[in-house]
Design a protein around this ligand. Structure first.
Ligand SMILES: [Zn+2]
Length: 65
């Protein structure tokens, strides 16, 4: 298996933003996921992904660029 850094698509459908409970979007859309971005515009937090594991902590989140 060479997809160790990919997130399980089923997991992506389950997890939500811990701050606003909005949907999370994988970035980039193809290939290993590097970031999960909240789709709620008023929230807009970006959560890091480390070794394929989303770090869904508001303290660890940023606002992208
Ligand atoms: Zn959010």
């Amino acid at each position: 298996m060479t997809e160790a850094s990919n997130i399980d698509p089923e997991l992506l459908t389950i997890i939500v933003c811990p701050q606003c409970h909005g949907q999370l979007q994988a970035i980039p859309e193809t290939g290993p996921v590097e970031t999960l971005a909240c789709s709620d515009e008023s929230c807009g937090l970006h959560y890091p992904v480390r070794d394929g594991i989303p770090i869904l902590l508001v303290d660890e989140a940023g606002h992208g660029s």
